[in-house]
Design a protein around this ligand. Structure first.
Ligand SMILES: *[C@@H]1O[C@H](CO)[C@@H](O)[C@H](O)[C@H]1NC(C)=O
Ligand SMILES: *[C@@H]1O[C@H](CO)[C@@H](O)[C@H](O)[C@H]1NC(C)=O
Ligand SMILES: *[C@@H]1O[C@H](CO)[C@@H](O)[C@H](O)[C@H]1NC(C)=O
Length: 593
């Protein structure tokens, strides 16, 4: 059992911040008006729901109603795979269904299997007539856990139900198991032969179990790991660590099998409270100088980092997911913001650092947030691939490698008006070898990002402009002892965000917010000669009139253009919504060549 390898000690130190909530700081989270008939909310993605083939087995694994769950332990049930569909599977899809009726805020939620997170999601805000939604996620990469019996399946969704907030979230989770390469696109581009052998495994070790290789269905995902070790909290309040400030150090001691030849850490993060809109937080100097009561400060740069024995080995600037009550809740009905139902997780290749942890001893894995303020929910899954032909794999000694991110800040303000810039960048290059039963394998990871954030306040702080740019690239090259390429992976991502909000306050305490927002999540993955490109953009405009945190009236329109292209299939969907209704929705599987 893998259990013996980890869970020696879990630690998370934090210092409580006294928080007073303030409504004057923009943006904020709001509760939407209760109008609207029972309808479906959705997040645009690929494959679309209509395109889901019949699985070999469909297995309902969780069914629970989250009522007044605040300050309670998470809901836990027992998981075993369906006996009719034993492992291995070609793919496994998680199908999350939720419905809710009444008045309620958006809530953050997560699902863990044996403490390893498999979904981070947030809820839509309901109406009196009720709403429902579905989330589909490919969870094939968790196959080594999904194949085990009698595991704890845990879901945390802290909700408040009282006289004012009445919405109870009813959740059903079903797993769909596929026995063959199922998800095929109806329209395929002509097959272009690959100039080199397609290799999706980091390495084909002799006599290792047969591995799944179908780029058409699974994209460039490599074969699932042999072992997944969670780097997480003890589970009493969910398995996520709650990071309340920069000094927090959330860590866990784990022992790694000595025959590990590849390690990828998958990071899950979400930001809440005073950091829910961290990308729009001004520096503390502005808040203090103007005597503002808001605690949404610390500037607009955050970086999540991962350490092994105190040494930084990975980092990420997370995609700014906007929850359904955020900025203007009318923007996100019925299509939610990018990532709101299926928050992205981030892969950090730790293979070059294996030399630090293959000694059979416990090592401390930590996660923290640079400049973070209350609060962040973070945890990680360590995906490990094992050399079944040897008990011990040797790896190179790791030299100290934790380059600082270069961060430059500029600020200029007079009274409530001013401008703030943050520019950050980082470039790193690390290489490491492991001596396996199949020979010497060298992994080289080169990566870098550039980040720019600009915040401007005008007209006595009533007009706020936020412009953020983020671009990242990563290359992972794996070669064998003869210097021949085993795998090459290239990932490029960019996620710019821009919005302008004008605030007008009325003597009766209500205020009106007019916002124009656009954000994008573009990703390109190239593995060998298999490429996958996703472009996803949303533009929203509208206004709301707000009393406290409740939207009294408003109007909004959102357009979203999504496209998915890989070597075998194309899909695009353009949707326009106005005031909660779909105005047009065009999709096609035809490739625009
Ligand atoms: C493995 O290959 C690397 C790079 O070619 C080399 O530096 C290292 O010494 C090799 N390790 C062993 C054990 O041969
Ligand atoms: C989507 O495409 C339409 C038509 O080309 C365009 O008017 C709209 O602005 C686009 N929306 C986004 C979010 O890019
Ligand atoms: C959908 O197609 C129609 C007809 O071609 C077009 O008028 C409309 O703008 C398109 N909608 C979107 C959201 O692109």
């Amino acid at each position: 059992m893998y259990d013996s390898y980890f869970l020696a000690m879990k630690l998370c130190f934090f210092f409580l911040l006294l928080t007073t909530t303030l409504s004057q700081s923009q943006p904020d989270r709001f509760i939407r008006p209760l109008r609207g008939s029972n309808r479906e909310y959705f997040e645009v993605g690929y494959p679309p729901p209509s395109h889901e083939p019949t699985p070999s087995c469909s297995h309902r694994v969780l069914h629970h109603s989250f009522a007044n769950t605040i300050d309670s332990p998470p809901y836990t049930t027992s998981y075993s795979p369906p006996s009719r569909c034993p492992a291995p599977w070609s793919s496994v899809v998680l199908h999350f269904h939720a419905r809710c009726k009444g008045e309620q805020y958006d809530r953050i939620a997560a699902i863990w299997l044996a403490g390893a997170e498999i979904l981070r999601t947030s809820t839509a805000e309901p109406t009196v007539d009720g709403i429902f939604w579905n989330v589909r996620k490919d969870v094939t990469r968790y196959s080594s856990l999904l194949a085990k019996s009698n595991l704890d399946l845990t879901m945390m969704l802290e909700n408040i139900v009282n006289n004012e907030f009445t919405g109870v979230y009813h959740v059903t989770v079903t797993l769909l198991y596929y026995n063959e390469y199922a998800v095929k696109a109806p329209v395929r581009v002509p097959f272009v032969p690959c100039p080199e052998e397609l290799t999706f495994n980091p390495i084909s070790l002799p006599k290792s179990r047969s591995l799944i290789q179908d780029p058409g269905s699974r994209g460039v995902n490599e074969s699932p790991a042999d072992l997944i070790i969670p780097i997480s909290d003890d589970g009493r309040r969910g398995f996520w660590f709650k990071v309340e400030e920069e000094k927090n150090s959330c860590s866990q001691k784990i022992r790694i099998p000595r025959n590990t030849y590849r390690a990828v850490l998958e990071l899950y993060v979400s930001f809440h409270g005073n950091d829910e809109f961290w990308y729009s937080n001004p520096p503390n100097s502005y808040i203090t100088a103007n005597g503002l009561a808001t605690e949404r400060g610390n500037g607009a740069y955050r970086e999540v980092y991962v350490t092994i024995d105190g040494q930084v080995v990975g980092w990420e600037i997370p995609f700014p997911v906007i929850f359904t009550g955020g900025i203007n809740p009318l923007f996100w009905e019925p299509m939610v913001a990018i990532g709101a139902f299926d928050l992205p997780s981030y892969d950090i290749d730790l293979t070059p650092f294996l030399g630090m942890v293959l000694d059979g001893k416990e090592h401390v894995f930590g996660i923290g947030v640079v400049k973070g303020i209350s609060y962040w929910l973070v945890n990680a899954n360590l995906h490990l691939w094992l050399d079944h032909e040897s008990k011990v794999v040797h790896a190179n000694p790791v030299v100290h490698h934790s380059p600082e991110t270069s961060v430059e800040r500029q600020e200029e303000f007079r009274g409530l008006d001013g401008a703030f810039d943050v520019d950050a960048e980082k470039e790193t290059h690390i290489s490491g070898w492991v001596m396996t039963s199949a020979g010497n394998i060298t992994t080289t990871v080169s990566q870098g990002f550039s980040f720019k954030n600009f915040i401007k306040f005008q007209h006595k702080g009533t007009i706020k402009t936020v412009k953020q740019k983020f671009k990242a690239k990563k290359k992972v090259k794996v070669i064998d002892g003869r210097g021949e390429s085993i795998t090459r992976l290239k990932v490029r991502r960019r996620y710019p965000l821009r919005f302008v909000t004008t605030t007008q306050e009325f003597p009766d305490g209500t205020y009106r917010l007019v916002t124009d927002l656009s954000h994008i999540l573009d990703e390109k993955h190239v593995s060998g000669c298999f490429a996958k490109t996703i472009t996803n953009a949303q533009n929203s405009k509208g206004w709301i009139e707000v009393k406290g945190h409740s939207v009294v009236s408003g109007q909004a329109s959102t357009t979203q253009n999504y496209s998915y292209v890989d070597r075998f299939s194309c899909y695009s969907r353009n949707v326009a919504a106005a005031n909660g209704k779909i105005v047009s929705d065009n999709s096609t599987f035809v490739c625009e060549l």
